[in-house]
Design a protein around this ligand. Structure first.
Ligand SMILES: [Zn+2]
Length: 56
């Protein structure tokens, strides 16, 4: 499982949690997200802007 962080607001997309409110249930892989996926917190940054975090 990997985590990616929004460089704008700090939101972390964790595959273990994913983004169920936006239709991506827990366990959704980062690679499965569309390139048009945008940050659910700030809506300013899109998937290509996110920064990969080190594995836990
Ligand atoms: Zn954000």
């Amino acid at each position: 499982m990997s985590r990616h962080q929004c460089p704008g607001c700090g939101f972390v997309f964790d595959e273990k949690i994913a983004d169920p409110l936006n239709g991506y249930p827990a366990g959704t892989r980062w690679t499965a997200l569309p390139e048009t996926y945008s940050c659910p917190d700030c809506s300013v940054r899109d998937k290509p802007d996110f920064v990969k975090l080190d594995d836990e």
